[in-house]
Design a protein around this ligand. Structure first.
Ligand SMILES: [Zn+2]
Ligand SMILES: [Zn+2]
Ligand SMILES: [Zn+2]
Ligand SMILES: [Zn+2]
Ligand SMILES: [Zn+2]
Length: 207
């Protein structure tokens, strides 16, 4: 006897994040959803939202953000159009002075924007994102040291190289995923073990 499950995802009824408008999204990108006093927002959407200040003592807002500030950020976002998907409600704005490109956190990768997952959580549009300065090209059949899939034969937004040894290549998504769960002090190139330049390039420049 086979009992067919209803193909209804719980997400279709889930509350959407007030900062990006998505109910379901990649937790690797947006983080978990936080709900309080009728507000609902992704963990990382809160951190990246423009002009949203984080307060150390957690009262009385959501995770150290003041409720009023969150509502203000939502209001601001409502007036901004995402340059990637064209929809309103783009809470993140490029940090480069004078640039007013805004985007949703879940649209960042498609738009080739850089969002830095560490304080002060800066974000950049694809034109102003920091680039890796290393002169190196992946050799044929080079694999990503994390997932062991090929990285392709050129440097691109999706490919990063260790600035110290210039031999370790990674997919941006792979290194970004790892960076989020590794302490900065132990974050190093799996190939040459360089920590200083590696961390700088992987975190401060690109992620
Ligand atoms: Zn969100
Ligand atoms: Zn968008
Ligand atoms: Zn910009
Ligand atoms: Zn990879
Ligand atoms: Zn290295």
């Amino acid at each position: 006897m086979s009992e067919r499950r209803e193909e209804v995802t719980p997400d279709s009824m889930e509350q959407a994040c007030m900062l990006c408008g998505w109910a379901a999204s990649d937790p690797e990108v947006c983080g978990r959803k936080i709900k309080k006093q009728g507000l609902c927002a992704h963990f990382f959407c809160l951190f990246f939202a423009s002009q949203l200040l984080y307060w150390q003592d957690e009262q009385p807002g959501m995770l150290g953000f003041v409720m009023q500030d969150i509502l203000h950020a939502v209001e601001l976002a409502a007036q901004k159009r995402c340059f990637v998907c064209g929809k309103n409600g783009a809470a993140i704005t490029c940090c480069r002075e004078g640039c007013d490109r805004s985007f949703h956190l879940p649209c960042a990768i498609e738009g080739e924007c850089v969002t830095q997952y560490f304080p002060p959580h800066s974000s950049f549009c694809r034109e102003h994102r920091p680039e890796q300065q290393v002169e190196a090209l992946p050799e044929e059949d080079t694999e990503c040291l994390i997932c062991l899939e090929p990285v392709g034969d050129r440097k691109s937004f999706h490919t990063l190289v260790c600035p110290a040894c210039k031999h370790a290549w990674f997919h941006r998504d792979c290194i970004q995923g790892q960076a989020r769960y590794t302490a900065i002090s132990s974050f190093s190139c799996p190939h040459c073990r360089d920590n200083h330049d590696f961390t700088f390039d992987m975190l401060h420049r690109r992620l």
